[in-house]
Structure formats: structure tokens, C-alpha cells
Design a protein around this ligand. Structure first.
Ligand code: SF4
Length: 61
């Protein structure tokens, strides 16, 4: 049975977030979209946490 992932535990924010929001944060960390689209104000110094996060490749990790 395939597993549907809706929420991930985010090490950057320290809480569960929706997978769609995770992808938005990844785009911000990659400088693909403006940080203003996020509801959280994430300091750019924390972007490396997201860039190294295994959930980018597999959200179940
Ligand atoms: S990929 Fe980034 S936004 Fe998603 S869970 Fe990891 S740290 Fe959080």
C-alpha cells in the first residue's frame, strides 16, 4: 500500500508542516521564490538546514 504524506516534521522550523509548505520553503532556500510568500520569517542563515534536509528527496525520512 502506498503511503500518502501530508505533513513532515521540519528540522528548520521545529514543527510539523504541510508538504506543500515544505516545498515552498525549499524554493525559498534555493532562491527560486521570494521569502515573503512564506508565513514564517526564516533567517537566511538557516537555509543550509533546509538544503541538507533528507526530506527534499524523501519526505518520509
Ligand atoms: S526540506 Fe526544508 S522545509 Fe522541508 S522539512 Fe526539510 S528543512 Fe523543513
Amino acid at each position: 500500500m502506498s503511503q500518502i504524506i501530508n505533513d513532515v516534521q521540519c528540522p528548520l522550523l521545529g514543527r510539523k508542516i504541510e508538504l506543500g509548505y515544505c516545498m515552498d520553503i525549499q524554493d525559498v532556500a534555493d532562491n527560486m521564490i521570494k521569502p515573503e510568500v512564506l508565513e514564517d520569517n526564516i533567517p537566511p542563515e538557516k537555509y543550509p538546514i533546509c538544503k541538507r534536509c533528507p526530506k527534499r528527496i524523501d519526505p518520509t525520512k
